[in-house]
Design a protein. Structure first.
Length: 266
């Protein structure tokens, strides 16, 4: 088995596992996510509660499953929105060149001047906390990434012989960009999308940790960390479980992107 296939398969398996857990949580969890049982608070792992209970007596496994849906949902929504905006911008910049190219790329440079997570925190602080605003903030700092990646890959494609042939055939720049350029840059954009999805998940966790992401009663891995930080001395698993979930999910996306990148380079 090649190194490429190992990275891709591990990443795909981890991503699929958390995605399935999030989807399953929409119809079933071992316990009701919002069920509070103070008498059962801070219990260790058992047959009834495989990962134990938290400070309110809620089942940790159920919280992690439901948190997968919200955390992954916000991250993928933000990444998808950035794709829908950034890819057309990068494609337009590569096709038009000139002043439009300069304007779009200088705008991307302005956004790149600010740290991504700091910008996300600033936006959600201004717009207000919530899943939609968190996804919007994640999308905004991902747009210039996709625009630059698309433009860079497209500029190479525009020099290819089949593009010159399409021009000689009388096709306009818009049609060439959509029919010939976009399909050829799609693999590179897909690799970047996988990487950015992992970073978006990390950003969502950070926003929820500081109270600017998904709001109660919807569960989130980042908020689970925030709620358990004062209990790390007496119940460290309440920090370890969501922390490991974030680590594994982010690693899954990054491994998936790495595997796709290596496969593309073969």
């Amino acid at each position: 088995m090649s190194r490429t296939s190992v990275a891709f398969r591990i990443g795909a398996a981890i991503t699929a596992l958390f995605t399935l857990a999030g989807l399953l949580a929409q119809v079933w969890t071992p316990w009701r996510v919002a069920a509070v049982d103070i008498a059962a608070r801070l219990q260790g792992p058992s047959g009834a509660h495989w990962l134990g209970t938290d400070q309110l007596g809620r089942d940790v496994l159920s919280l992690v499953m439901a948190g997968a849906a919200t955390s992954l949902g916000v991250a993928l929504l933000g990444t998808g929105a950035a794709l829908l905006v950034g890819v057309p911008l990068g494609l337009a910049a590569s096709a038009a060149r000139g002043w439009l190219d300069d304007l779009l790329m200088r705008g991307a440079d302005v956004l790149f001047a600010f740290p991504a997570l700091l910008m996300a925190i600033l936006l959600t602080a201004l717009l207000g906390p919530g899943a939609i605003n968190a996804a919007l903030a994640i999308a905004l700092f991902n747009v210039p990434v996709f625009a630059r990646v698309t433009r860079g890959a497209a500029l190479v494609v525009w020099t290819r012989a089949f593009v010159s042939a399409a021009r000689l055939a009388g096709l306009g720049r818009v049609r060439i960009a959509l029919v010939h350029v976009l399909p050829n840059v799609a693999p590179q954009v897909l690799v970047q999308a996988s990487i950015q999805a992992g970073l978006a998940l990390l950003a969502e966790a950070g926003l929820s940790y500081v109270g600017l992401g998904v709001q109660p009663p919807a569960p989130s891995w980042g908020r689970m960390l925030a709620e358990a930080q004062t209990l790390i001395g007496i119940a460290p698993r309440l920090v370890l479980v969501p922390g490991l979930a974030i680590l594994l999910a982010v690693s899954g996306f990054l491994l998936l992107g790495d595997g796709l990148s290596r496969e593309r380079g073969r």
